[in-house]
Design a protein around this ligand. Structure first.
Ligand SMILES: [Zn+2]
Length: 92
């Protein structure tokens, strides 16, 4: 085996690694695209606020997946929870 053969073999090895890396990259790219695709399907389904019954804006559902309350009610709920936590903190 002379130097030329070794170089050729090395080049082949690198090419294999390159192909494997490219395949892995393509796989993760497709997975990411699939993920985005399922997220894109979300608009169209209507979710009503559990508190006031209004339709929760799609933007909110995208920002907070599984949201049960509209932004306004969620804010009230958070304030209420914070108030209760404060009360508990004071030993009530
Ligand atoms: Zn509401």
């Amino acid at each position: 085996m002379d130097d030329g053969d070794i170089a050729a073999e090395r080049a082949e090895r690198w090419l294999e690694l390159d192909l494997a890396a490219a395949a892995a990259q393509e796989k993760s790219r497709q997975a990411a695209a699939r993920k985005l695709g399922t997220q894109g399907k979300k608009p169209g389904l209507k979710v009503e606020c559990a508190e006031c019954g209004c339709t929760i804006p799609t933007a909110r559902l995208v920002a907070v997946p599984g949201a049960k309350l509209c932004g306004e009610c969620a804010t009230h709920e958070e304030q209420e929870q914070a108030r209760l936590r404060r009360l508990k903190g004071h030993g009530f």
